[in-house]
Design a protein around this ligand. Structure first.
Ligand SMILES: Cc1cc2nc3c(=O)[nH]c(=O)nc-3n(C[C@H](O)[C@H](O)[C@H](O)COP(=O)(O)OP(=O)(O)OC[C@H]3O[C@@H](n4cnc5c(N)ncnc54)[C@H](O)[C@@H]3O)c2cc1C
Length: 471
């Protein structure tokens, strides 16, 4: 509690307790700083409350449901498989609660002071934080802004009623009979496929020529094949134009190949990207912090903004809007503030999509490596050649490795298939360490594991795989 309106002194103020902010706060405290973290909402930010964690909890539940329905391949017949989606939501909420509670414990254990309220800059060295009960002001030596992002709302599709952002889509209490998704990026593809597995009739309207347009076609074709299996209709090259809703349904008009068409469903999910939280009451304009033309905070290679003792990290900084990027930038900013020579290097930031099958990528694709002037060799090993994936009854997919001709230096990798999200880590490490194909091939991988696919993909590029015929 503050007496009068004198400023309290702290070393580092962290604004926003998402995966960027809370990680930065813990790292700064580990390095001996007196840290205050402020969040106007729940600890854990979008990631733990409205993003990564709840979406993956629901996706896991959808996989369980599907596995129970299709266990016959293993000789197991399960009758009368039913979903109680309210219970599924309870499971998801329980997961979120455990994770956010964990963050609270970590902050406390690292002696980070937490204030639940909104933060506004007063000047370059002071900020006021406030909630319904108090409004202390703090003088800080350094500040890390990590205020994250929110869903982009398009004028013809204002959120409300039957038009949902990802936040509401994660909180439906019943599986919708039908769902239209505008935007086939990773959030639209993940949530659309999850609801389709639970039985919703899903239609995805995407402007590009494929869903998950950032991934190679040979990867996304496996995802779209599976999407079609559960009845998802994918309309590509289409522009959604308007929506009309009543108390039962919503109709979307869209144009494709010069023709106007319409589709009706119980709900519409609009997921066309996210906008950085750099506007509003925070007062970045008041202190003259420089933003780029899209509203992202301009930073240098250490996360430092145009005001040298103020840093910015996570979704408010250009680059992929991903939790692990936010956390990575948070650690770098905390270390720089503590006098360490840390810098951000985005070479090994993995991208993962939790569709079925999963897609992941790290470093360069073959095309990107060539564009960068590398002489490249690349090769794929199929899941079908791996004992573990066949015994798991998931033989679809591949690991592709891109390496430099001559040195064998690993430049990038792309994976589509079961556990692609976990397998990519080894390839990220390979790039980070400057490992070669030979290093991957000489690493003994336990048998039978999916990890062997990585080793064998390296052998494919080297020209001597054991479990497929080398041509
Ligand atoms: C549906 C969905 C699924 C996702 N899945 C994944 C995934 O699988 N993997 C992945 O890597 N990423 C995923 N993401 C993206 C990920 O959630 C974000 O990239 C990540 O949360 C960004 O972290 P951040 O710390 O920058 O900000 P955020 O997590 O957005 O946190 C910012 C925090 O700042 C607070 N704040 C804002 N303004 C103020 C203020 N003035 N005062 C006080 N507090 C303030 C907010 O309340 C919020 O808690 C997903 C996102 C969504 C929406």
């Amino acid at each position: 509690m503050v007496v009068g309106d004198a400023s309290l002194d702290i070393d580092t103020l962290v604004i926003g307790a998402g995966p960027g902010g809370y990680v930065a706060a813990i790292r700064a405290a580990q390095l001996g700083q007196k840290v205050l973290i402020v969040d106007k909402s729940e600890l854990g930010g979008v990631c733990l409350n409205r993003g990564c964690i709840p979406s993956k909890a629901l996706i896991s539940a959808a996989h369980q449901y599907e596995a129970a329905k299709h266990a016959d391949a293993f000789g197991i017949s399960v009758e009368n498989v039913k979903v109680d989606f309210a219970k599924t939501q309870e499971f998801k909420n329980g997961v979120v609660k455990k994770m956010t509670g964990g963050v609270a414990g970590l902050l406390k254990g690292n002696k980070v002071e937490v204030f639940n309220g909104e933060c506004m800059f007063i000047n370059e060295n002071e900020a006021r934080v406030f909630n319904d009960h108090e409004s202390p002001r703090y003088r800080f030596k350094n500040c890390i802004i990590a205020t994250g992002s929110r869903p982009i709302e398009l004028k013809p599709f204002p959120f409300g009623g039957r038009i949902l952002s990802s936040t509401e889509a994660l909180n439906l209490q019943e599986v919708p009979k039908s769902l239209i998704v505008i935007g086939g990026g990773y959030i639209g593809a993940e949530l659309g496929q999850m609801y389709s597995k639970f039985g919703a009739k899903v239609t995805i309207i995407e402007g590009m020529d494929s869903v998950l347009a950032g991934f190679d076609k040979d990867m996304t074709s496996l995802v779209t094949k599976n999407m079609k299996k559960t009845g998802i209709e994918i309309i590509t090259g289409a522009k959604a134009e308007s929506a009309e809703q009543n108390d039962k349904e919503v109709t979307v008009k869209y144009s494709v190949n010069g023709e106007t068409k319409e589709v009706t469903a119980e709900y519409l999910l609009v997921t066309v990207g996210r906008r950085p939280n750099t506007d509003g009451e925070l007062g970045l304009d008041l202190i003259g912090l420089e933003l780029d033309e899209r509203g992202f905070v301009k930073v240098d290679h250490q996360g430092r903004t145009s005001i040298p003792h103020i840093f910015a990290i996570g979704d408010i900084v250009a680059g992929p809007a991903l939790a692990h990027k936010a956390s990575y930038e948070g650690k770098v900013a905390a270390e720089v503030i503590s006098g360490m020579p840390s810098v951000v290097d985005y070479k090994c930031i993995p991208a993962v999509v939790f569709t079925d099958p999963e897609c992941s990528s790290v470093g360069y694709t073959e095309a990107q490596a060539k564009e960068k002037g590398h002489k490249v060799k690349a090769g794929k090993f199929p899941y079908a050649g791996n004992g573990r994936s066949v015994s798991l009854n998931h033989p679809e997919g591949f690991v592709k490795i891109v390496a430099e001709e001559g040195t064998g230096l690993v430049l990038g990798a792309q994976i589509v298939g079961l556990e692609a999200s976990n397998l990519i880590a080894e390839l990220g490490l390979a790039i980070e360490m400057g490992a070669t194909l030979e290093d991957l091939a000489l690493t003994i991988h336990a048998h039978p594991t999916l990890g062997e696919i990585v080793m064998e993909a390296a052998e494919v590029v080297m020209g001597h795989p054991i479990h497929i015929i080398s041509r």
